[in-house]
Design a protein around this ligand. Structure first.
Ligand SMILES: [Ca+2]
Ligand SMILES: [Ca+2]
Ligand SMILES: [Ca+2]
Length: 488
């Protein structure tokens, strides 16, 4: 049954960490049947719609090694191709990290099924990565110590060679648990890291940061420096470049069970704070969570989040903050959507004009649909109140991922249980393009990206600097999980 996936998310800590780090389901094993036909069908549809510019464009098998390849992430290689990395269970023993490069011609360029990035004992999970100048830096949560979780990182060049010490350099190996790390390029070949850290209190964990230089050497205190130690539980950190010589850090701050806030802080590249203290993004009462972040392309940032009302009527809000820490959209922020039912799993991107486009999963109807809204630079909602429908096909649509594409267009891919009302577990990946007026460019309800048999996992989308769109995902058409990519 897939339905349970739509009704989780209560405790901000335990559930998600469990989902991402410990309990990837190895439960479906679908017979292999006609996926070749469905791939051809998808290709034909995309060709007809003029999305695919060359008949050579097609689905790319990034890694079909035995057992599970999961949770792929991708970054541009700066050469019209992409590097993909993922968590890998091919040993049947524990999780490792592998990567593959897909070149401009759409071919896997490294060793078949990927090169190992970390094969250390026990589990390496929750891979994240960025490109910093001419190398790719991956970071993951690492259990090699056996008694607790640490954070390790590795750099890779475009030939697939690992550049730092075998199995990665430690970012933090303090004896407490570290988790939920995020990474940002420092623009100089190295990276900034942030993570949740239980060293001071397992219950009220803090966020710590570290910077590694281009050789993987720590630039700040070994095992990292605390950002803002407090008696709240700090979780889900997000990093964003500030466009000058620093970065933003946004997180979910939990005090007790009923006071959840989103916090934002600006720091310098040496880890020192720019602002006196973190900002409470909205003073609204109640449980606010699941922050999303986008640049306003004017030195500031825009944050979207959801506010829980008894878990039956969640709403979405947004706030814009300038480089000096001033809130630009009122003290409380603006409402993106307050339709009845739950609005959640938002994805946001800059609208290129000082505002954002947000798309989310919306349960105003029985089965979740996708809606989108544009919030302009001054905090005014630009489209129909409570959003315009992007996909209202039968069955659930969820986990949208939006990026800018070309000419004021925005590309969104999502997980789609079309015409599955909960008894088949039949899902697919669909996509759509919309413009600054909220009009969709392709078929109503989107075009299929992957309709292969077996379960698909939520897509991850990349738009490279050259405008190439890549969608990567895991699916279980052949075994317990393989990594696939579509490029446009
Ligand atoms: Ca596999
Ligand atoms: Ca391992
Ligand atoms: Ca540790």
């Amino acid at each position: 049954m897939k339905i349970s996936r739509f009704h989780v998310k209560i405790n901000p800590k335990s559930k998600r960490y469990q989902m991402e780090n410990h309990s990837l389901p190895f439960m479906y094993s679908h017979p292999i049947d006609s996926y070749n036909n469905s791939t051809l069908h998808v290709l034909c549809v995309l060709l007809l719609l003029g999305i695919v510019h060359s008949a050579s464009a097609a689905e790319i098998a990034v890694s079909t090694a035995r057992d599970g390849q999961f949770m792929p992430r991708t970054v541009s290689d700066g050469r019209r191709g992409a590097i993909v990395a993922w968590e890998d269970y091919r040993t049947g023993k524990d999780w490792d990290i592998y990567a593959q490069r897909v070149n401009a011609a759409g071919k896997a360029a490294w060793k078949t099924d990927g090169v190992p990035i970390c094969l250390a004992e026990w589990n390496q999970r929750r891979l994240r990565m960025i490109r910093s100048v001419d190398q790719v830096i991956a970071v993951w949560n690492d259990r090699r110590d056996k008694s607790n979780w640490d954070i390790y990182a590795q750099a890779i060049d475009l030939s697939g060679k690992v550049l730092w010490q075998t199995d990665g350099v430690p970012v933090c190996t303090d004896a407490a648990d570290q988790s939920t790390q995020a990474i940002l390029s420092d623009g100089a070949g190295g990276a900034i890291f942030v993570w949740e850290d239980a060293r001071r209190s397992a219950e009220h964990q803090d966020l710590y940061i570290q910077r590694l230089d281009s050789n993987g050497q720590p630039m700040w205190k070994v095992d990292g420096i605390p950002v803002f130690p407090s008696d709240s539980l700090q979780s889900d950190p997000i990093l964003l470049a500030d466009g000058s010589d620093g970065f933003y850090l946004v997180w979910w701050d939990v005090i007790g069970y009923e006071s959840w806030h989103i916090m934002a802080f600006r720091l310098n590249m040496d880890g020192s704070p720019v602002w006196d203290a973190p900002i409470v993004v909205s003073p609204l009462k109640g449980m606010q969570g699941i922050p999303r972040v986008a640049s306003d392309h004017d030195g500031g940032l825009i944050i979207a989040w959801q506010i829980y009302e008894s878990f039956i009527n969640d709403n979405l809000y947004a706030q814009r903050i300038d480089p000096n820490g001033r809130k630009l959209w009122g003290d409380e922020g603006v409402k993106i959507c307050e339709a009845s039912g739950i609005q959640k799993n938002a994805s946001i991107t800059s609208d290129g004009n000082g505002g954002i486009i947000a798309v989310w999963s919306d349960e105003r109807d029985v089965y979740s649909d996708l809606y989108a809204q544009r919030v302009g630079a001054f905090g005014t909602v630009r489209w129909k109140e409570n959003g315009v429908p992007i996909c209202t096909a039968g069955g659930h649509q969820d986990r949208p991922f939006i990026v800018p594409s070309v000419d004021d267009q925005f590309f969104v891919a999502w997980l789609d249980y079309r015409e599955d009302y909960g008894d088949e577990s039949s899902d697919a990946i669909y996509a759509q393009q919309l413009n600054l007026d909220g009009k969709v460019a392709w078929n109503a309800d989107g075009v299929p990206i992957c309709t292969a048999p077996g379960e698909q996992y939520p897509p991850y989308v990349l738009r490279s600097e050259s405008g190439v769109l890549s969608v990567v995902w895991t699916d279980v058409r052949d075994d317990q999980g393989d990594v696939y990519m579509w490029r446009f």
